[in-house]
Design a protein around this ligand. Structure first.
Ligand code: UMA
Ligand code: ADP
Length: 449
C-alpha cells in the first residue's frame, strides 16, 4: 500500500468490500466506501461502524481520484476503463484484498484457480488437511473473503481465486498453486480466451511448488517449471497423478501405484476423480502422508449445488447442479450420468455459442427444458433433441420435468435423472446460483408433498 495521509477508497460493498472495511477499521486506517448500487448488500452492516457520509453510493466519477492515493477494488465490479487509466496515469495505487493478504505474515498458502472444479478441490484439500489433524481453513472466491483468514493463525490457508481476483493481481507468494483446468468462461469480461488464459496463469508467479493439469491444452506446460502433475490419463512418471481403467472400473494412480478405486469415493463422475488427483498432488507437494490422505478422500461428500442428488423417488432421481455456470461444467455433469436425462438449461449468457452442448446432449439426454435470458439462442442452437420445452420460471421447469420424467420412466422402465445444470450464470433471474439451486430443490420437493 502506498504511504499517504489521504483516506483509502474501498470500491464495492459486497462480501469483499465489507471485509476490507472491517480490516481497515480494526487497524485504525481511515477510509471511504464507494458502491455504484443504490442499496448495496452490506450497507446496513457497514453503517454499524462507519458514518453514513463515508459511504458514497451511485456512479463513481473520475473526480474521486484526487481524494485518494490507494484504491481497493472488489472483484465483481468492472470499473470504467477511463477511471482505471486515470488511476494509473496519476500514479495512484490500485489493489485488492488479495494484495493486502499477500503482504501479511501467514503460514502455508495454497492457491487454487481454474474454470471448473475450484471449489470442489479447495474444500477437498481443506477436508483432508483437517482430518490429518491440521489447522486448515479455506477462503477466497468460495465466499469467505481472504482477509477473514487473518483473524486466526491457521497452519494452512487454502484460497480459491477467480479470474476476476487474479486480473488485478501481480503475484501471490504461496507454497503450492494449481489451475484445475481452463475452458472458456467469463469472456464477456475478459474479452478473449488468450487474455483469460494469461490471467489464470498469474497464479504461478511466485509459487514454490507448481502443480499442472498435464492434459489441458490451455495450460502452458512448456513454459512452466512444475513439480507434480495430474490429469485424466495414465501416469507415465513417478511425480504424476492420473486415472487408469482396471477390470472395468476407474482407479486413481500415483506413478504406478493404485491408490483409490472410483467405487470407494462418494463424489460422482470422472471429472471428480481428476479433482481428487489435483487435491492429492497438493498433499504430496506439502510432504504429508499420502496413505492417510487417501482414507480421508473417501469420506468427502458432495457439495451443495454441485451434482447434488437431493431426492430420489419411484425411480426418478433429482440432481441440483446449479453451480454449472458454463458449457464445460454442464458437459462434465452429463458425462457423469447414465442415459435417460431430463436436462434443465439456461440463465444469463456468458457466450453466444451453445452448439458445443449438442454432442453430450445427443448421447444422454431425452428432453431439454429451457429457461432464462438464454432460452431463445439455446432453442436455435440445441439441435440434438427434438423435444425442447420453454418455460418462464423454475417452478414451471420443475413441473414440466416431472411430467417428462414420469412418462419416460413408465415407457423405458429404467431410472430417470432430472438435472438442473444450466451452463449459464443465474443473474438474469436470481441473486446467485445458490438462490437458484435452493428454489429448484424446494419446488421439486413440493411436488411430492
Ligand atoms: N457491484 C456493483 N457496483 C459496485 C460493486 C459491485 O454493481 O460498486 C456488483 C458487481 O458487478 C457484482 C456484485 O455487485 O455483480 C457483487 O460484486 P462484488 O465484487 O461486491 O462481490 P463480493 O460480494 O465481494 O463477492 C466476491 C465474489 N463475487 C464476484 O466476483 C462476482 C465472490 O465470488 C466471492 O465469494 C467473494 O468476493 C469473496 O472473495 C462469487 C462469484 O460469483 C461466488 N464468483 C465468480 C465465479 O465463481 O464464477 C467469479
Ligand atoms: P468452480 O468453483 O470452479 O465453479 P465447482 O467445484 O463449484 O467449480 O464445480 C462447478 C461445476 O463444475 C459443478 O457443477 C461440476 O459439475 C463441474 N465440475 C467440477 N469439477 C470439474 C472439472 N474438473 N471439470 C469439469 N467440470 C467440473
Amino acid at each position: 500500500m502506498k504511504k499517504s495521509n489521504l483516506p483509502i477508497a474501498v470500491i464495492g460493498l459486497g462480501k469483499t468490500g465489507i471485509s476490507v472495511a472491517k480490516y481497515l477499521f480494526n487497524n485504525n486506517i481511515n477510509f471511504i466506501i464507494y458502491d455504484t448500487r443504490k442499496n448495496p448488500e452490506f450497507f446496513i452492516e457497514a453503517k454499524k461502524f462507519i458514518n453514513s457520509e463515508k459511504i458514497i453510493l451511485g456512479d463513481i466519477s473520475k473526480e474521486i481520484i484526487d481524494y485518494h492515493d490507494n484504491f481497493i477494488i472488489s472483484p465483481g465490479l468492472e470499473l470504467d476503463k477511463n477511471l482505471i487509466k486515470k488511476i494509473y496515469k496519476d500514479k495512484k495505487n490500485l489493489l485488492t484484498d488479495i494484495d493486502i493478504f499477500n503482504d501479511k505474515k501467514r503460514n502455508n498458502l495454497i492457491c487454487i484457480t481454474g474454470s471448473n472444479g475450484k471449489t470442489t478441490v479447495t474444500l477437498l484439500i481443506e477436508h483432508i488437511l483437517i482430518n490429518l489433524g491440521k489447522k486448515a481453513k479455506a477462503g477466497g472466491n468460495i465466499g469467505f473473503p481472504v482477509l477473514e483468514l487473518l483473524c486466526k493463525d491457521y497452519e494452512y490457508n487454502i484460497i480459491e481465486l477467480s479470474s476476476f481476483q487474479l486480473e488485478m493481481l501481480e503475484k501471490i507468494n504461496c507454497e503450492v498453486s494449481l489451475i484445475t483446468n481452463i475452458t472458456p468462461d467469463h469472456l464477456d469480461r475478459h474479452k478473449s480466451l488468450d487474455n483469460y488464459i494469461k490471467i489464470k496463469h498469474k497464479i504461478f508467479n511466485n509459487t514454490k511448488n507448481i502443480i499442472i493439469n498435464r492434459c489441458d491444452k490451455n495450460i502452458k506446460k512448456e513454459k512452466i517449471s512444475f513439480k507434480y502433475s495430474f490429469g485424466d490419463n495414465i501416469p507415465k512418471n513417478k511425480n504424476e497423478f492420473g486415472i487408469k481403467k482396471i477390470n472395468g472400473t476407474n482407479n486413481i494412480l500415483f506413478g504406478k501405484k493404485k491408490i483409490i478405486n472410483e467405487n470407494e469415493v462418494l463424489l460422482i463422475g470422472n471429472h471428480n476423480l481428476v479433482n481428487i488427483c489435483s487435491a492429492l498432488s497438493v498433499i504430496q507437494a506439502l510432504g504429508l502422508n499420502m496413505d492417510e490422505a487417501c482414507k480421508h478422500v473417501k469420506t468427502f461428500t458432495c457439495i451443495e449445488h454441485r451434482m447434488e442428488n437431493f431426492f430420489n423417488k419411484s425411480n426418478i432421481r433429482w440432481i441440483n447442479d446449479s453451480k454449472a455456470t458454463n458449457i464445460d461444467s454442464t458437459v462434465s455433469a452429463l458425462n457423469s450420468l447414465d442415459n435417460n436425462i431430463i436436462l434443465i438449461l439456461g440463465g444469463k449468457s456468458k457466450t453466444d455459442d451453445y452448439k458445443k452442448l449438442n454432442d453430450a446432449i445427443s448421447k444422454k439426454v431425452d428432453k431439454v427444458i429451457l429457461l432464462g435470458e438464454s432460452k431463445n439462442i439455446m432453442l436455435k442452437q440445441i439441435t440434438a433433441v427434438n423435444n425442447v420445452a420453454i418455460v418462464d420460471t423454475i417452478e414451471n421447469a420443475v413441473i414440466k420435468a416431472k411430467e417428462f420424467a414420469t412418462k419416460l420412466r413408465d415407457e423405458s422402465k429404467i431410472p430417470v435423472n432430472i438435472i438442473l445444470s444450466p451452463a449459464c450464470s443465474s443473474y438474469d433471474m436470481f441473486k446467485s446460483y445458490e438462490e437458484r439451486g435452493q428454489l429448484f430443490k424446494e419446488c421439486a420437493l413440493n411436488q411430492y408433498r
